[in-house]
Write a protein that binds this ligand. Sequence first.
Ligand code: SF4
Length: 216
Amino acid sequence: MDEKQRTKQIVSALRRAYPDARCSLNHSNPLELLVATILSAQCTDERVNTVTADLFRKYRRAEDYAAAPAEELERDIHSTGFFRNKAKSIRAACAIIAERYSGRVPETMEELLELPGVARKTANVVLGNAYGVASGVVVDTHVARLSQRLGLTGHVQPEKIEKDLSALAPRKDWILFPHLLIAHGRAVCKARAPLCGECLLLKLCPTGQTVLSTED
Ligand code: SF4
């Protein structure tokens, strides 16, 4: 079986197992998703959702973040960690969005990458999940780990992993694929101890095969 065919089977199996897989950061518009994604660095989505429940009531437009005193925004996002850098990025990105884009989060990779604190992962999250634009494959720690274990990449740098995944998966799956991998990473292919014996991808996974053969 060639690698594209194997990837297709992985996506199909995961799609059946996790029919509700979706972006787990709560948001109701592109600005909220941008802010939530910046906050999610080194923080759980669960914690981010707790913080944004209040944050999104208080700050509704890009101008609101841009005009907020630094200390106040830092206090509001404190529990997500790295709050000084995150507040700085959010205020600076929102100032540009307010001034240059009349308050609307831009819809292209090039424009998003010019915003402070926004790298490819954040841009892909926003484009894919807020605008439905398949610009690339989101690579977070779960996606990186599973891609390596599944033999879909030999790289560790997110940009290179993204390149491998986007070459293997058809563009129509680019937005959903990372959500499926994240769901499987949380439920079965856990960081410390993957549950290979009960994994639906066992036959498609080189790591699983190796783990099982050493247990025989
Ligand atoms: S077989 Fe094991 S390593 Fe492979 S995807 Fe499943 S849990 Fe992860």
